[in-house]
Write a protein that binds this ligand. Structure first.
Ligand code: HEC
Ligand code: HEC
Length: 186
């Protein structure tokens, strides 16, 4: 190849590759975002995680529809929250309410939030994640020895006891370990 040809092929290559490399960056962004969109949106908010994670796993807003959170976050309801007082001061309340309503399952594009919504009747507003048909169905092969009678778990509501990446919003069956059981289907 002579010099002119070398230079011109370099120029042609650069010109041809430029849109391609933009497109491929876009492609990888797209790939990684769909990967992130697989579970439930994780909540990286210190106030939320501290206040709503004080007594139990800090359930992600994407686990329940907005209508459920509206009932749960009502200040009167928080005074008697499943028998506990989970009252919040006005400023914290506003902060947490905004997160819950903005990121509720029906506002989310994450795969499992969509499946949760698809399994619920329109207008239904369960107060418990463990009452959602999709969640019940996903656990129907487990029995009381895994949950209720398992002193290390006690309740299906204790998501993070078994789902090792629950805090990241990842609930895949590949990353489940039931305390006290080698394999979950033992
Ligand atoms: C003072 C302790 C306490 C605090 C703080 C608290 N909770 Fe709870 N929460 C409970 C108890 C107790 C239950 C019932 C647990 C059970 O029956 O297994 C519960 C249950 C729940 C459930 C139902 C879980 C299920 O599927 O069974 C949701 C949703 C929930 N809490 C959300 C929140 C949110 C959001 C916040 C923050 C605003 C919060 N909680 C703060 C004590 C608390
Ligand atoms: C006793 C342990 C345990 C607890 C507690 C638990 N899970 Fe699970 N979960 C499992 C197991 C085991 C599977 C896989 C079941 C199967 O494949 O049949 C599973 C499956 C799932 C799946 C479907 C995963 C997939 O790959 O399709 C979702 C979503 C899920 N759990 C969410 C939750 C949420 C949300 C909570 C809390 C409200 C919770 N789980 C509490 C053990 C648990």
């Amino acid at each position: 190849m002579n010099k002119i040809n070398q230079i011109s092929s370099l120029v042609i290559c650069t010109v041809l590759m430029t849109p391609y490399s933009y497109a491929s960056d876009g492609f990888f962004d797209w790939m990684s975002s769909t990967k992130r969109m697989k579970g439930i949106e994780a909540i990286d908010d210190k106030v939320y995680n501290e206040e709503c994670g004080a007594c139990h796993f800090a359930y992600q807003p994407g686990l329940l529809p907005q209508a459920s959170w509206k009932k749960l976050i009502d200040p009167k309801a928080l005074e008697d929250h499943f028998g506990d007082n989970a009252e919040l001061d006005a400023e914290t309340h506003k902060h947490i309410e905004t997160i819950l309503l903005d990121k509720a399952a029906d506002k989310s594009h994450y795969k499992r939030s969509r499946k949760i919504m698809a399994s619920l009747d329109k207008d239904s507003a369960p107060l418990r994640i463990s009452e959602i048909p999709y969640i019940i169905e996903k656990h129907d092969e487990l029995s009381s020895k895994h949950i209720k009678d398992n002193p290390q778990v006690k309740s299906l509501s204790a998501c993070a006891k078994c789902h090792q990446n629950a805090e990241q919003g990842e609930f895949d069956e590949d990353n489940v370990r039931i305390p006290g059981f080698k394999q979950w289907d033992d």
